[in-house]
Design a binder for this molecule. Sequence first.
Ligand code: IPE
Ligand code: IPE
Ligand code: MG
Length: 263
Amino acid sequence: MAETTKKTDDASLAELKARIDHNRLPKHVAVIMDGNGRWAQSQGQPRVYGHRNGVKAVDQTTEAATELGIEYLTLYAFSTENWGRPKSEVDALMELLVETIKLEVPKLQKNNIRLQAIGNLLRLPKHSRETLQQAIKETAGNDRMTLVLALNYSAKWEIIEAVRAIANNAREGHIDPAQIDESTFTDALSTKGMPDPELLIRTSGEARISNFLLWQLAYAELHFTPTFWPDFRKAHFYQAIIDFQDRERRFGKTSEQLQKDDK
Ligand code: IPE
Ligand code: IPE
Ligand code: MG
């Protein structure tokens, strides 16, 4: 019986995957992994149980994105606002981060995935930061996909940092304020060199950005799913890509103009 169910699942997963147009993949997908606490609480478990069970979803999402040929996958793992949670939860999250990175590095190497991080990493506990930096260094030469972890990340913080850096450059005479343009600003962000995410996925039914990549998401397609993060699997990721490909991205133009351009 279990074997039959697995076969059916595999078949429907393959069917979903076959619906994806490989020529129109987003280069960069960003994910707000939300709902761990509610997932755990719905089973009468402590919130941390939800975080632990979120690791499988990270694995599945990374694998699905890599197999499809997505170039950048950014996962929002810890926001600056999350420091406001009970200390026991914050400590557990930092410990889980270290454990997960240690567990994932061999898989990242095997699958040729480069790890990067954005956010104010200096405020992470030393042990977490060092594990992260070591993993970033070890995987630096991989080039199949870049997995970006947003850790102690806040888009407003990132924007202020960029403004400060540009202002300093101007004060020191390296840049003329009249020459500041979108690319000056883009290059001053921690996502420098990465294409903007074309698709943002948020799990758990919440429909907000929560201080994530405010500048970079300016024209992203937003996909909200009620699924809690620990239940998120490849099929959900494929669904999000299919949803993305069903959208008409007009960038301010009219539908008629786009159809003409297609011809
Ligand atoms: C997302 O799940 C994980 C982090 C923010 C670290 P939550 O912990 O926010 O779970 P809910 O939203 O409270 O259910
Ligand atoms: C956003 O989720 C941050 C991460 C997923 C890391 P939150 O659960 O912290 O966001 P809010 O509180 O619902 O806005
Ligand atoms: Mg949440």
